[in-house]
Design a protein around this ligand. Structure first.
Ligand code: SAM
Length: 244
């Protein structure tokens, strides 16, 4: 997978060189390219924002530096004429909220481009222009507002790239984790068996793999019902539809 990140703070993405995503880059499972948005602004101050037309608070990102940066990314592709246009993810609190299911779909993409905004966001005309060149996905990481989209990009890139085959050391850890199949994961324990007067559930020490699997499945149901009744309700409906 190729990932392009455009920002006025490209150094924000240095964290992606750490841990599993850093290793995935060194293993050539993905390449991450950072671009300074100001390199595509040619006035004296390399400005990327201006006052909002119609008045109001704050500043708005100008569309032209974004369009030039995105056109530059298009020229950088190994196969610039590829039939599938890259997916352009525009982080915005007004976007579709990222879920595990969406992350699973995006993990199969060949090329993702991220355009995180700052200030009051990006001039709407950029969103109107971009579908000519990209598959545009306005996306949110939750119903709250951040100062800028860079931290949302880090969250999205981490959620997506850990699902690329080979990125996680043990792919089995993906199978039962929270949200993989609409439920939360069961509680997990390690050694020692007794810690500060608290015991690991006895069944986990039994060595009986069938019983452990049944206990864990039951715990997934119990935890989801208790902690996320909204997810549980959706899970019940999905199960009923599968039986019908
Ligand atoms: N004025 C905008 C609004 O009310 O919708 C908020 C702009 S916010 C201060 C600046 C940038 O942060 C946005 O352009 C977006 O890229 C990013 N951002 C803020 N909250 C976000 C969220 N929940 N998910 C994804 N990106 C977010």
């Amino acid at each position: 997978m190729r990932i392009d990140l455009i920002s006025i703070f490209p150094e924000f993405f240095d964290v992606l060189d750490l841990s599993l995503i850093g290793k995935a880059q060194r293993d050539e499972l993905l390449t991450v390219h950072r671009h300074q948005l100001r390199d595509f602004s040619f006035d004296k101050h390399r400005s990327v924002d201006d006052t909002p037309t119609g008045g109001g608070a704050g500043m708005v990102m100008k569309p032209e530096p974004w369009a030039l940066a995105l056109e530059h990314v298009l020229t950088q592709r190994e196969t610039p004429t590829a039939a599938e246009p890259p997916i352009l993810i525009i982080p915005t609190p007004a976007g579709e909220v990222l879920t595990q299911r969406t992350a699973q779909q995006l993990a199969q993409a060949e090329h993702l481009v991220f355009a995180p905004g700052r200030f009051e966001g990006i001039d709407q005309r950029l969103m109107d222009w971009a579908p000519e060149h990209f598959q545009v996905r306005p996306m949110s990481i939750g119903d709250y507002v951040l100062n800028g989209g860079e931290s949302a990009v880090v969250v999205m890139v981490e959620a997506i790239t850990r699902l690329i085959p080979g990125v996680l050391g043990n792919p089995e850890s993906l199978a039962e984790e929270s949200h993989a199949h609409g439920l939360l994961e069961y509680p997990v324990y390690t050694k020692p068996a007794r810690w500060r007067g608290l015991d690991v559930p006895e069944i986990l020490l039994s060595g009986d793999h069938a019983k452990i699997a049944a206990w864990r499945a039951q715990q997934q149901d119990l935890r989801t019902r208790k902690l996320r009744p909204d997810l549980w309700a959706r899970h019940v409906v999905a199960q009923e539809q599968n039986l019908a």
